[in-house]
Design a protein around this ligand. Structure first.
Ligand code: FAD
Ligand code: NAP
Ligand code: SF4
Length: 678
């Protein structure tokens, strides 16, 4: 008998599903990347997946591939020519490690497909889609099933070890299951037995077509977060029926895309939903997969140890670190580049038509383009500023073999991430700093903290290259009375250097304005650290699982004890510029806490009375005790200008390069690309 892994015994126990063994319990979950539709995309996908296979995952589920045009927003698999493209991916994965299994997700998007020939059981448009689907005729239903069977057969021919059939999230199969989207009165609608028919027929016919020795995973909406969604009994019945039909594994999915409850954002506690899978697992004889906000090995191990699942799916964590599984196996958790669940470079990209990458790992999905290769000649490089830009530059340049000295005026690395990590809901930022700290050690970067670098210090320093990553200065807006005693900066607030009164106005409603509103409207423990609190805030009942997990559950709203105004000059809705997939969660939270969000504001003056403004040209005085400035930032580049004048070889990265619309995604991406070629 093989020895148990001493770090994570559950995670590294193989799973035997009869005709095949999965070498460990780490599953790379399905994530569409956008490469599926890109030029030479399959070659890039092959390299991307092969790198994760070499990184030690047990099984990979690809991003969703549609069985036909009507079910697709992009990629489909319905022809032999398309199967040949997929073969590039399966060969690459199996060549990288023949013990890694790769399954293709069959995703018929139904009413959520971005095309004007999309279909659904009853022709009901989803609130998140701009297309109204056509109601399927009985022949149309037969065609959709046949197309899914054809897709599964082609997947098998393309070398996949199995398929995952998505039966959740508001896509076609799930839209048959739920009454609110299935109003049919024929054999495919009405009773639950009839509403299940489409899912069951699809799976039954796929199993018959692909034979017994092909992995079939059914992804079920274990808690759909939908008013009028599935009851617990319905979830269990469907899972059991799938088991009877020869499905090998049940994967649990949480939420429909149209539900207004966060399930993967950074504010969601780690492994918040795994208990739901645990409950389902008790009803079944086949293995189950759980997912959502499981981003470190110890969380995954705990999920398995308490019997919540047999396999743990991690999608975004595999973008953040392709070697996650290998590092976990070796007990090198401190070397894992942790997914912080920001969605900024993955899902936000996907939903804005860009291909997916990762904020903390810009190589994700760029494996054929961005590589950190050993250098022929080591240079002596100084990096000034240990914020995200300086850290990513320094660690990559040193990993390549350069001799790097990293300076920061502060007594710790991290720059503005040391502010961000203190915002309730952003605790994951600690992980990024832990990762960089370890990489500095591992690659031998000479770190000099508490060192305010001046031009003189660098002029005779003998450095071949100097990288200026000095970040930003907060902008001070030109408002009469801006030096009044009641005006403070966001830095003062986060560092607790100046008290905030019972009433406050925040000038500027960008990312930082929202974070400050979160911080000062919040009380008690951060709900991202407490599943029970999170459930109360969002009205979820994990224990009793009423219909959808939410029916009849009151949201416990804690109004802010402060009177807060969040202000912007633009006339667009406040918060519109926030992340596509997370902005709504922040807007809902602040609204519930009673934060007043005003747009179309002109700032007139600040005096003892408070902040005098025009709101859509109407005068108003906000009689507040504190005014907090969050009005953007300007680049901090004096050092750069002076060094350049002195004729030194100097480059700019991050906020020092450009402060406008800067975020950590851009800072890390820019610095990594420079470090790759220097
Ligand atoms: P900085 O992080 O500003 O680092 C600059 C460093 O240079 C500092 O450590 C400073 O001490 C050092 N320095 C400056 N001058 C000198 C000198 N002369 N000598 C030595 N050292 C010097 N971004 C996101 O993408 N997502 C978020 O969710 C997010 N949330 C945020 C929340 C808050 C509250 C804040 C404040 C920022 C947030 N950001 C977020 C923005 C993100 O932190 C910045 O975009 C990023 O830190 C910029 O990185 P940087 O390395 O260019 O600069
Ligand atoms: P920002 O997003 O650019 O917002 C600045 C705000 O200040 C805007 O609301 C702007 O709106 C206002 N403003 C700009 N100039 C002004 C002036 N002269 N007078 C008064 N108001 C002015 O910048 P930020 O909030 O400082 O954030 C910095 C960066 O960190 C951002 O790029 C952001 O992406 C990133 N960040 C991201 C997150 C996240 O969750 N993704 C969180 C925090 C920070 P008006 O011009 O309409 O008034
Ligand atoms: Fe995770 Fe953010 Fe990277 Fe997406 S962009 S994988 S959420 S760290």
């Amino acid at each position: 008998m093989a020895l148990k892994n001493k770090h994570y015994p559950h995670l590294f126990t193989p799973l035997d599903i009869g005709f095949v063994t999965i070498k460990n319990r780490i599953l790379m979950g399905s994530m569409h990347t956008g490469l599926e539709e890109a030029k030479s995309g399959f070659e890039r996908l092959a390299t991307y997946y092969a790198e994760r296979a070499r990184g030690g995952v047990g099984m990979i589920i690809t991003g969703g591939i549609a069985p036909n045009i009507e079910g697709s927003s992009g990629a489909k698999l319905s022809t032999n020519a398309e199967a040949a493209q997929h073969k590039i991916v399966t060969d690459a994965v199996h060549n990288a490690d023949s013990d890694v299994r790769i399954c293709m997700q069959i995703l018929h998007e139904g009413p959520l497909a971005s095309n004007d020939i999309c279909v659904s059981p009853s022709g009901i448009r989803s609130r998140i889609s701009k297309f109204t689907p056509a109601k399927l005729s009985e022949d149309g239903i037969e065609k959709q099933i046949s197309d899914m069977v054809n897709c599964a057969q082609l997947a098998r021919a393309a070398g996949y070890d199995g398929v995952e059939i998505i039966g959740s999230a508001g896509y076609l199969i799930s839209s048959f299951l739920v009454k609110k989207t299935n109003l049919r009165t024929d054999d495919w609608g009405g009773s639950y037995e009839n509403r299940m028919r489409f899912a069951l027929e699809t799976v039954r016919r796929i199993r018959a077509a692909v034979g017994d020795e092909f992995i079939l995973i059914f992804r079920i909406a274990a808690m759909d977060m939908l008013q009028g969604g599935m009851s617990w009994d319905e979830v269990v019945l469907l899972a059991k029926r799938m088991q009877d039909l020869g499905v090998n594994i049940i994967s649990s999915h949480f939420t429909w895309h149209e539900a207004a409850i966060p399930t993967i954002a950074t504010m969601v506690p780690r492994a918040a939903f795994s208990s739901v899978t645990g409950r389902l697992r008790k009803e079944l004889d086949i293995p189950t997969i759980t997912s959502n906000r499981i981003n470190m090995p110890k969380i995954a191990e705990a999920v398995l140890a308490r019997g919540d699942a047999d396999l743990v799916s991690m999608a975004r964590p595999m973008l953040a670190d392709p070697d996650f599984a290998r590092k976990a196996k070796q007990g090198k958790d401190d070397e894992i580049n942790t997914c912080i669940a920001c969605n900024q470079a993955c899902l936000d990209h996907l939903f804005t038509g860009q291909h997916v990458s990762c904020l903390v790992n810009p190589r994700a999905c760029n494996e054929t383009i961005l590589n950190y290769l050993p250098v022929d000649r080591a240079k002596n490089i100084a990096v000034v500023g240990a914020g995200p830009a300086g850290l990513s530059f320094a660690t990559i340049a040193a990993e390549r073999g350069h001799q790097v000295t990293l300076f920061d005026a502060a007594d710790e690395i991290g720059g503005q991430f040391n502010l961000a990590k203190q915002i309730p809901g952003k605790e994951e930022f600690y992980e990024t700093l832990r990762y960089y700290g370890r990489m500095l050690e591992l690659h031998g970067v000479d770190l000099r903290l508490n060192t305010m670098v001046t031009t003189d210090m660098l002029m005779g320093g003998g450095f071949d290259e100097i990288i200026i990553a000095t970040g930003i200065n907060p902008r001070t807006p030109d408002i009469e009375g801006i030096n009044h005693a009641k005006v403070i900066s966001y830095i003062d607030v986060i560092k607790g250097q100046r008290p905030v009164g019972k009433s406050a106005a925040i000038i500027g409603a960008g990312g930082i304005g929202f974070d400050i509103a979160e911080l000062i409207s919040h009380s008690g423990c951060s709900s991202s650290l407490d599943i029970e609190l999170f459930a109360k805030e969002w009205g979820i009942d994990f224990d009793n699982h009423p219909r959808g997990g939410i029916a009849g559950v009151e949201t416990v709203i804690t109004k802010s004890t402060r009177e807060i105004y969040l202000l912007q000059r633009k006339t667009t809705p406040v918060g519109r510029g926030l992340g596509k997939t997370t902005g709504w969660t922040h807007r809902i939270t602040l609204n519930r806490r009673g934060v007043n969000m005003l747009n179309g504001v002109q700032y007139l003056k600040i005096d003892d009375e408070g902040l005098h403004i025009l709101v859509h040209d109407q005068p108003q005085t906000l009689n507040v005790e504190t005014i907090i400035i969050c009005a953007g930032q300007t680049s901090q580049r004096t050092l750069y200008d002076e060094l350049q004048e002195g004729g030194l070889n100097v480059s700019l990265v991050g906020g020092a390069y450009e402060a406008g619309e800067l975020d950590a995604k851009r800072a890390i991406d820019q610095a990594s690309r420079l470090a790759a070629v220097i």
